[in-house]
Write a protein that binds this ligand. Structure first.
Ligand code: SF4
Ligand code: SF4
Length: 73
């Protein structure tokens, strides 16, 4: 059994540390890096590709793309 893998790109120059993305991400893929609390990717392999972070980021700082390769479940 395999699941699709996703690439998550965060543009830290656009991120304003609002917390929307890591609060909305159910599998806790996203977190933040002190002291500026910019969004970071913690566990990319847990990403379900729901794209809620991309859609809800008020500053369009996140892009989620499916990768061609798949990872083992
Ligand atoms: S939702 Fe966007 S602006 Fe807010 S913390 Fe996440 S990446 Fe930064
Ligand atoms: S696409 Fe969904 S699961 Fe992946 S990082 Fe964004 S909110 Fe989390």
């Amino acid at each position: 059994m395999a699941k699709r893998a996703y690439e998550i790109s965060i543009d830290e120059t656009l991120c304003r540390s609002c917390a929307v993305c890591w609060e909305i991400c159910a599998p806790d893929v996203l977190g933040f890096q002190p002291p500026l609390n910019k969004a970071i990717v913690l566990t990319q392999t847990d990403c379900t590709g729901c794209r809620l972070c991309e859609w809800l980021c008020p500053d369009w700082a996140i892009v989620v793309r499916p990768l061609a390769s798949e990872v083992a479940a």
